[in-house]
Structures are given as structure tokens and as C-alpha cells.
Write a protein that binds this ligand. Structure first.
Ligand code: ADP
Ligand code: MG
Length: 580
């Protein structure tokens, strides 16, 4: 076990490390720092979040650059504004005894002129998001032609967020001789491709196993019908009264909707996604840190900067499109030596994805049942009892005690307790008495065992579709996941496709009045695989005006959609929780 001194760091950096209270290097620091200090080499480092990657590249960069020069020598690309600021601030702390050091953060949503001014003052290190960086290069506000060290931080996330082209463009403005250090929690193919393209013979270090999640996190999945997702979420929350969680949704819209519904149902919830202003996001994060928000509903992108240590549960309301992303999600809990639970709500057709995730995280999921009403009532009752037991008496009450005592003169302690608890409890009891079992049996993880439905659709190659583009189109308009539409077969003027039968109603409902190229799109259940058309249904109402325009803001369409999702399980709004 080495010390920071052993790694070869200079005194001015060691002094900052002492000030920061870092006692010994983390594993990734121990492995990366000596290599980066001693060699002019490219590097690929795989390590989970929270393992100290910033210092692993930050200290070597600080030691190697020339602070007496005002030339930009180091460029760090990172996926979000939050991470950008975090890294820039850390570097300033690490370099507090490097006289003349200028670290500038460059990110969207703030004045580009101010940022350009800061760079002009002589930033030796720039920490940037790819989008803003490219912008500034195009406007010639930065000069990165003398870069010696470039870092791709959270490379997997940047690629997930679609920054591949921006990164490529940015790196093309940097000299070939520079060293590139790539840091990533996971190693999907895209990252390997980038590494190959931009790096020369990189050294590789791995902390823990590739793509492996935190040891402190246990993984559970719950199989329900898609329409019961929201109910299931509420039950999981009710069964964990002390929950402090991040709830992940796939889209901004779902994120907003789930959060709103939770708030309406009396939970301490908030939404975090890219359509909110920076100010709104900051407020939500502040409330979450203060635990005023117990359930933070977030998109993957927005959750990237969350650095809260005591999250008890991560709930995957929907699985991510990219399975690799699961590692990031579950990494929001089980931090700083604490234990955490990552829960996944899946429909029957998604159960097979659990197996793929298990392969990536090298851990088994536990299949669990959504707790039934009686269990939840018991948990809530005991939580209430605990809360009362631990409550400090407020002596303001003393002056009213006489009249209260008078009222309860003839009430025994036992009866009083019963009445007292009933005040809070009856709401839960009434709600859960009628609550049905949400669990779907069968959900065999070998998977795909669910019934599937085959459809006929009257668009085909003549409309410019091949099977992949039709699959993408259906996935998109029906808001289904990547594996939910399958066996797509395109003919000249018509095609066939399958979904799990649980999506059948959704599919038929959606295509009742949908036009494409001025033609009504007709979707029917196909009776055999060769696609003999069933007679019954002839394409539904013809008065709608929905177009294949990809325009999500078409009023009519979004109206319809929200109506549809209301009947999809968001409508139920009991029991209400008392707000704390
Ligand atoms: P990552 O980028 O791998 O997610 P960070 O670099 O953000 O991790 O570090 C996570 C936290 O750990 C930061 O608050 C950082 O200050 C702290 N940290 C980093 N290295 C050490 C160390 N050697 N000892 C103690 N704390 C550390
Ligand atoms: Mg980091």
C-alpha cells in the first residue's frame, strides 16, 4: 500500500492533498498516477464512479503542465455542466499551491463571452462539455492547438449522450502528439471504438472488474403489468417508509409525469430532467440534499451529476435503453461504504433483459414480489409507532393538557393508542384493502415466454421502410423499448411485426387515426405468420389528423397521449401521505 509521496507527486501537490485530508491514494490513483507521471502515454482507465478518478488524472496533469505559460495545455471533456464544475473546482483545490494556475470551466447555459474572457486570461487547463467546447472552437474563442494532455472523463456517458461527433470534431483541432487519457465506468463497444480511433497503444488499467457494479448494492426485480408500473412504484415506496431514492425513467416526459403524480399523491417527490432550467434543477437538487425530497425522479442524463452519498434505493421505473447505463444508475446508491438496493420494475417481456444485466454486473438479481396490502399496512403502522416513540414532546402542548385529559377521561390507554394510530392508519388500510395483487406470475427470466401478437400494417418498402427503419418508427411512435417490437418483415406495400400481447391494446389504439404520406395507416392483428389479413377490423376512425411528421408538439396528438396514459395507471391517487 503506497502513499501519495511514493507515487512521485511534488511537494506543492502533496501539501494540497494533506489540506484535503486524503490519507492514502485510492486504487485508481495508485495505478494511474505513476504511469501518467513517468510516461508520455495514452491511457484507458476503467473505474466506477466515486473511486477518485478526478485526482487520478488531475494530479499528474497539474504536475506536468507549465503554470508559467498562459498557453492552454490540458483539456478535459466531461458529459455535463455539473461534472464540469465539479472537476474544475476539484482541480483548483488540488492546485491551490500551484502559483499562477488558471482552470476554466466551459459549459452550456452560461455566458459564452464570460467564459471566453476567462480562457483569454491564460487558462492552462480547460474543463469543458463537448457541445459548448465545439461552439467555442467554431467561433475561434479558444485555441487548443497546443494541447499536450486531453482527458475524456466518463467517456461512456458522453457517448451515450450523443457527443461522439462533437468529441471527434474537437480532437481534430488538437495536435497528434498529445496524450489522451480516457476514463470510463463501463466499456461498451462505442468506447472501445473511440479508444482505438484516437489513442496510440494505450496502457490499460482496471479497478475492480470491467463494468462491475458496487459491492454494496443488492439488486432486485419485480414483475408487473406495464399498466401497473406506477402502482408498483408507490407500493415499493410505501413498503420503505425511510426511503431516500432516485427513481429513473426513460424519457423527460415520463420523469415529469411520474414526479407530478407522486407529488399529487402526497409523496415528497421532485423531478430532475433536461427541460428544467438550471435554476429549477439547482433547487430540486438542494431539496434532495436536504432530504425534503425523498423520491427524486430523474432521467439518466440529468442524474449524472448527483453526488449524494446516502441514497438508500435506486428504483428503475423503466429499464434504460442501453443496458450498460444500469451500472451508472445502481451506482447512485451503496456509496461511501453504505449499503443500497437497486430495484427494477419490469414487465414480463423485459424479464430477459435482467439476465443481460446480470452478465454485465456479474451479480444475481433477486426476484421479489411487490408487497401486498397487509404487509405494507404493518410496515407503515410500525414506522408510525417508531416515529411516535422517538418523538420529543413539545411542551407547548402542556397548557392544553387539562382539557385534553378531560376529553379522554373515560378512555383506556389501550383504546387511546388504537384511536390515535387509526387517525393515520385508516387511510392506508382502506386503500390497501381493495388493492389487488400486482405481481405477474411466470416472468421467467429465460424470457420471451410471454404471448406475442403479430400485426399487419399497410406500409412497406414503397413507403421507404426497411425492417430496421420500420422497427425504429414503431418503437418511437408507440413509445416501446428497443426489444419490444420484433419479427419485423417488410413487403412492398405492407409489412408485419410482433409485440408482446400485453402491448396489443396500445398498438391498436394508437393506429386508429394515424396518417402517413396522406394515407391512413391500418394496423390489424394478423392471423398467421404469413400474414393473412383478418377481416374484422378495418382501420378505425378516419377523422383524425395525425401525421407522420415526427412533430411531438402536435396538440391533438399529445392530448390523446396524455389521456391514454391516464388510463394507464397514473390515474389512481390514493392513499395520500401526510407531507412532512
Ligand atoms: P469519480 O470521478 O471516480 O466518480 P471523484 O474524483 O469525483 O470520483 O472522487 C469522489 C470523492 O472522493 C471526491 O469527493 C474526492 O474529493 C474524494 N477523494 C478522491 N480521492 C480521495 C482519496 N485518496 N482519499 C479520500 N477521498 C478522496
Ligand atoms: Mg468523475
Amino acid at each position: 500500500m503506497s502513499t501519495f509521496q511514493d507515487l512521485g507527486l511534488q511537494d506543492n501537490l502533496l501539501q494540497a492533498i494533506t489540506d484535503l485530508g486524503f490519507e492514502k491514494p485510492s486504487e485508481v490513483q495508485e495505478k494511474a498516477i505513476p504511469i501518467l507521471l513517468e510516461e508520455e502515454t495514452d491511457l484507458v482507465a476503467l473505474a466506477q464512479t466515486g473511486t477518485g478518478k478526478t485526482a487520478a488524472f488531475g494530479f499528474p496533469m497539474l504536475q506536468k503542465i507549465n503554470v508559467d505559460s498562459r498557453t492552454t495545455q490540458g483539456l478535459i471533456l466531461s458529459p455535463t455542466r455539473e461534472l464540469c464544475l465539479q472537476i474544475a473546482n476539484e482541480l483548483k483545490l488540488y492546485g491551490k499551491y500551484c502559483k499562477g494556475l488558471n482552470v476554466t470551466a466551459i459549459y452550456g447555459g452560461a455566458s459564452i463571452t464570460d467564459q471566453a474572457k476567462q480562457v483569454k486570461r491564460g487558462a492552462q487547463i480547460i474543463v469543458a462539455t463537448p457541445g459548448r467546447m465545439k461552439d467555442m472552437i467554431n467561433r475561434r474563442l479558444v485555441d487548443i492547438s497546443k494541447i499536450e494532455y486531453s482527458v475524456l472523463d466518463e467517456a461512456d456517458e458522453m457517448l451515450n449522450m450523443g457527443f461522439k461527433e462533437d468529441i471527434t470534431a474537437i480532437l481534430s483541432h488538437t495536435p497528434d502528439e498529445k496524450n489522451t487519457w480516457l476514463f470510463s465506468a463501463t466499456m461498451p463497444k462505442e468506447v472501445a471504438t473511440i479508444a482505438k480511433k484516437f489513442m496510440y497503444n494505450p496502457k490499460e488499467i482496471t479497478v475492480g472488474h470491467k463494468n462491475e457494479g458496487s459491492k454494496n448494492v443488492s439488486h432486485e426485480y419485480y414483475t408487473v403489468n406495464s399498466r401497473d408500473r406506477y402502482q408498483a412504484l408507490k407500493r415499493l415506496a410505501d413498503a420503505n417508509p425511510q426511503i431516500f431514492s432516485v427513481v429513473f425513467c426513460r424519457t423527460k416526459r415520463d420523469t415529469q409525469k411520474v414526479a407530478e403524480q407522486l407529488i399529487e399523491d402526497g409523496y415528497n417527490a421532485g423531478a430532475l430532467h433536461g427541460d428544467l432550467s438550471q435554476n429549477q434543477r439547482d433547487l430540486v437538487m438542494k431539496a434532495f440534499r436536504n432530504k425534503q425530497i425523498q423520491m427524486l425522479v430523474a432521467t439518466d442524463v440529468a442524474a449524472r451529476g448527483i453526488d449524494v452519498d446516502d441514497v438508500t434505493h435506486v428504483i428503475n421505473y423503466q429499464l434504460p435503453d442501453e443496458i450498460e447505463t444500469y451500472t451508472h444508475r445502481s451506482g447512485r446508491t451503496g456509496r461511501a461504504g453504505k449499503t443500497g438496493v437497486s430495484m427494477v420494475i419490469v414487465s414480463k417481456s423485459e424479464v430477459r433483459k435482467i439476465k443481460s444485466i446480470e452478465r454485465i454486473i456479474k451479480k444475481q438479481f433477486e426476484k421479489k414480489d411487490i408487497p401486498d396490502g397487509s404487509i405494507i399496512c404493518e410496515i407503515q403502522l410500525m414506522a408510525l409507532a417508531n416515529k411516535i416513540h422517538n418523538t420529543e414532546v413539545n411542551h407547548e402542548i402542556d397548557k392544553h393538557l387539562d382539557s385534553i385529559n378531560e376529553m379522554f377521561e373515560d378512555t383506556s390507554k389501550e383504546e387511546l393508542i388504537k384511536k390515535f394510530f387509526s387517525v393515520e392508519f385508516t387511510r392506508f388500510y382502506n386503500y390497501y384493502q381493495k388493492a389487488k395483487d400486482l405481481n405477474v406470475s411466470g416472468g421467467d427470466r429465460a424470457g420471451g415466454s410471454g404471448e406475442s401478437t403479430r400485426y399487419f400494417i399497410n406500409v412497406g418498402r414503397k413507403d421507404g421502410f426497411d425492417w430496421t427503419s420500420l422497427k425504429d418508427f414503431l418503437k418511437e411512435v408507440l413509445e416501446l423499448g428497443r426489444d419490444d417490437v420484433f419479427k419485423v418483415e417488410t413487403k412492398d406495400t405492407f409489412s408485419f411485426f410482433n409485440t408482446e400481447s400485453e402491448h396489443q391494446q396500445k398498438v391498436l389504439d394508437f393506429f386508429t387515426d394515424y396518417t402517413y404520406n396522406g394515407r391512413f395507416v391500418n394496423v390489424e392483428i394478423s392471423e398467421n405468420r404469413r400474414g393473412k389479413r383478418r377481416d374484422g377490423r378495418k382501420g378505425g376512425k378516419r377523422d383524425g389528423k395525425r401525421n407522420f411528421s415526427g412533430n411531438r408538439n402536435d396538440g391533438k396528438r399529445s392530448d390523446r397521449k396524455s389521456k391514454r396514459s391516464n388510463s394507464g395507471g397514473f390515474g389512481d391517487s390514493r392513499p395520500r401521505r401526510s407531507r412532512r
